[in-house]
Design a binder for this molecule. Structure first.
Ligand code: SF4
Ligand code: MG
Length: 328
């Protein structure tokens, strides 16, 4: 499975001059079968867009998404329907993504009837099985989404994603709307299901702490580009890119007296409609030099195999996070 993508959104109304928002720019990556692949970055960096492009829930402006050797960009409607069964998505807000007028049994059964997998009694039994699998009571099949807690609703979303027998599931911030105490339960559930059903997981997250223990590899995105791609352990032990270093430094250390995350990453992400010249991170990077404003750093491969897009990653390596300040 590999992709090389651009997604530009045409903004503005009919009368205004349209602006092009570059949400995902020339991103190229491959997800390995059976792995958990994380895409991280602040909001607005294009990671959700990338997740949706992967499943062709939105169309790429240019570029390609390949899944098991086939380009999914060129599939016709019928082929795409088949693909939709293998590739599923779990959304950030389980409540918004569940139809409030459908009972939970029907919600979970949707992929089953959509793909003619089972009918009648067999369908009902499959739904009951799926509910048990995700830790819900099958006797609650006739209830409606508002009768469940946030964590239970995410379990409903996961059961629905599993109903079509998927091979790959994209989780778009699957736990960030949930209480911290519930987050670990949902992460554990996803890990169990991955092992049990041999799934490939792509987890989109803004919180590195969430993906640390569940992902095999991580792609760090900034303003629509991948700035670092690495095995998870190597990334946490020794982040190469200044942006990754800042994201890691911002992870709060849980203790009763330390409730606020260190705010090392200051300033907002610049507008994707007009990304900074050269290295897009130069307006917030403590290591920026003149070259950074002028030349766009290519994603290069470090000796240990990971990829990093920074002119000075060798010099910066091991220098620590520094402090990231807002653009002047
Ligand atoms: Fe910072 Fe320059 Fe590296 Fe960009 S290329 S991350 S501005 S040092
Ligand atoms: Mg998002």
């Amino acid at each position: 499975e590999g992709i090389g993508l651009k997604k530009h959104f045409g903004g503005g109304g009919l009368l205004s001059k349209p602006t092009i928002v570059r949400a995902v720019d020339g991103v190229s990556l491959g997800v390995r079968r059976g792995e958990t692949f994380a895409i991280v970055g602040e909001s607005g960096c294009g990671k959700s867009t990338l997740g949706r492009l992967l499943l062709r829930l939105i169309e790429a402006t240019e570029g390609d998404v390949r899944y098991e050797g086939r380009s999914i960009v060129k599939l016709d409607k019928g082929e795409l329907r088949k693909l939709r069964r293998e590739l599923q998505i779990i959304f950030q807000d389980p409540f918004a993504s569940l139809n409030p007028r459908m009972n939970v049994g029907d919600i979970i059964a949707e992929p089953i009837w959509l793909h003619n997998l089972a009918g009648g009694r067999e369908k009902r039994e499959r739904v009951a099985d799926l509910m048990r699998t995700v830790g819900l009571l099958p006797t609650h099949m006739d209830r409606y989404p508002h009768e469940f807690s946030g964590g239970q609703r995410q379990r409903i979303g996961i059961a629905r994603a599993l109903a079509g027998d998927p091979k790959l599931i994209v989780g778009d911030e699957p736990v960030s709307a949930l209480d911290v105490s519930i987050q670990a339960q949902i992460i554990n559930l996803l890990e169990d299901l991955k092992d049990r059903f041999g799934l490939t997981l792509v987890i989109v997250a803004h919180d590195l702490a969430v993906i640390r223990h569940m992902s095999d590899r991580v792609a760090v995105m900034y303003l629509g580009e991948i700035v670092e791609l690495s095995e998870t352990d190597a990334l946490f032990d020794n982040p190469l890119h200044p942006y990754t270093q800042a994201l890691l430094a911002a992870i709060p250390i849980p203790s009763p007296t330390n409730r606020q995350p260190k705010a090392l990453l200051q300033g907002d992400v610049p507008s994707p409609a007009a990304p900074p010249s050269g290295c897009r991170f130069h307006t917030r990077c403590p290591h920026a030099r003149a070259l950074c404003k002028e030349q766009h750093p290519a994603l290069e491969t470090a000796p240990d195999g990971r990829q990093v897009a920074c002119h000075f990653w060798r010099e910066i390596q091991g220098a620590g996070a520094g402090s990231i300040s807002a653009p002047p």
